[in-house]
Design a protein around this ligand. Structure first.
Ligand code: UD1
Length: 433
């Protein structure tokens, strides 16, 4: 953690963090960058380290604020986290003495709830602060709690905390009332050490759910069907340590591809898995981009000023990811025509629109739709980031805007993008922290 803090000057959940990004727009992006490990794959795997007393080694763990927050949670419980010379992280949870995720940490990252399933499965007890409302809607955790109760845990809500207890979880048949990514992951982690078989229906099919299943199976779990609607888990008594490399972040890669498209650039992103990005790549092609897919890279080129509008409607995987909605709103805002962007996964996920309109976009939000009229150019402005992907969209807009854009509250961007200003500078953007 100290290494993270020193190198990237990230401060944990510090509302007073005064860092800003300054972008001078107009540069075409070109060149090649490497994609980092996926935040949403890494977070549940870190939570799953609780399931074994043996050491787990992670390769390609991204340097992100959310990862640091998960380290803080594990560290506060007694986990040992070390970094070896090869920059692999080695985690041991063999000496956990506390089974609690405190409010100060949970409030900065809702995904903290991911430790619930592992703690109850391994130690029979967990105390996790209830995540409050957040910038992109209410985001309840009822699916997680109801499913854990079906596995036999007693759930109580006390003083703003969830307390879950169980002597031994018992496998059962669970039908999720709605599709939840972290809900599926949490219950998968709980069920791997349960007695007997658990069948999870109506689960999330996101690639990161499959990644977690592969990770848990490499620890000795018996999980089948991840990536489909139904996951079958045969409980085991113990899990082993393992060595695992975090797969590439499809949302990070998608964000840089949009950056290339809107600046009329030519960019190659390496270390990616293109098949899990079809929903994003198909829309980029419809917007007029030329895309070449290599063995583990994607190259995108686009003629400046030739973006075609594309309607977007977000949905659970394999649908279009809500985490790319804000970035495609900017792409459409710079297109030659009108489009509709529909947000179906979260309520209230158009907070970037007001800030984008201050930069000259013409976007009207009505309910879950944003009606976007393409404009020829944008103007730089001081803007404020409101959540992770919203901040990405403001940076993208800044890359194309005339003059200077200052993005405030960039601690949101550090939660999910590794060294964004370094990567963009490397591609030729004028951006400084
Ligand atoms: C995960 C991702 C996030 C992404 C989202 C949707 C991680 C760490 N985060 O978030 O980046 O934007 O998936 O792809 O992987 N819901 C309930 N009750 C619940 C759980 C969810 O009603 O108990 C609702 C939510 O309010 C939302 C929808 O289900 O409307 C989907 O949310 P969910 O898939 O759970 O999102 P997260 O797992 O939090």
């Amino acid at each position: 953690i100290a290494c993270f803090k020193l190198e990237y000057k990230i401060s944990i959940g510090n509302e007073l963090n005064m860092e800003k990004l300054r972008i001078v727009g107009g540069n075409k992006l070109s060149g090649s960058i490497s994609c980092s490990g996926a935040k949403n794959a890494a977070l549940p795997m870190l939570a799953a380290t609780i399931l074994t007393d043996q050491k787990i080694t992670f390769k390609n763990l991204p340097y992100l604020q959310d990862i640091t927050t998960m380290f803080e949670i594990l560290g506060s419980m007694g986990a040992e986290i070390t970094l070896n010379e090869g920059m692999d992280f080695i985690i041991s949870t063999s000496k956990l003495h506390d089974f609690e995720a405190r409010y100060e940490l949970v409030k900065t990252m809702r995904a903290s709830i991911l430790v619930l399933g592992s703690l109850v499965a391994r130690y029979g007890f967990a105390r996790i602060a209830l995540p409050g409302g957040c910038a992109i809607g209410t985001r309840p955790v009822d699916f997680h709690l109801d499913a854990l109760a079906k596995l036999g845990a007693k759930i109580e809500l006390k003083n703003g905390y969830i307390e879950a207890t169980a002597k031994k979880l018992i496998g059962c048949d669970i039908n999720f009332p709605g599709v939840s990514v972290t809900g599926t992951e949490n219950i998968m982690m709980a069920a791997v050490l349960a007695k007997g078989q658990t069948i999870l229906r109506n689960v999330a099919k996101e690639p990161e759910v499959e990644d977690l299943a592969n990770f848990l199976n490499s620890m000795g779990a018996k999980i089948k069907g991840a990536g489909s609607d139904e996951i079958i888990i045969d409980g085991v008594d113990n899990l082993n340590g393992t060595k695992f490399s975090i797969p590439a972040d499809r949302i990070e890669a998608g964000t840089y591809l949009v950056a290339a498209a809107i600046t009329g650039g030519n960019v190659t992103i390496s270390n990616v898995q293109a098949p899990r990005m079809n929903n994003i790549l198909d829309k980029l092609k419809l917007s007029g981009a030329t895309i070449n897919i290599g063995k583990d890279n994607i190259q995108l080129s686009m003629k400046k000023g030739s973006i075609l509008p594309v309607d977007i409607s977000t949905a659970p995987f394999p649908g279009f990811p809500t985490d790319m909605q804000a970035q495609f709103t900017v792409l459409n805002a710079l297109s030659k025509g009108s489009s509709v962007v529909t947000e179906n996964v979260f309520e209230n996920r158009f907070m970037h629109v007001q800030e984008l309109n201050r930069m000259g976009c013409d976007i009207t939000v009505k309910g879950s739709n944003a009606f976007v009229k393409g404009v020829g150019s944008l103007n730089g402005a001081p803007v404020m980031a409101t959540d992770l992907r919203a901040s990405a969209s403001l940076i993208l807009a800044g890359l194309c805007a005339n003059g200077e854009t200052i993005v405030d509250r960039i601690y949101h961007i550090d939660r999910g993008y590794e060294r964004i200003e370094e990567k963009l500078s490397y591609l030729g953007a004028d951006i400084t922290r």
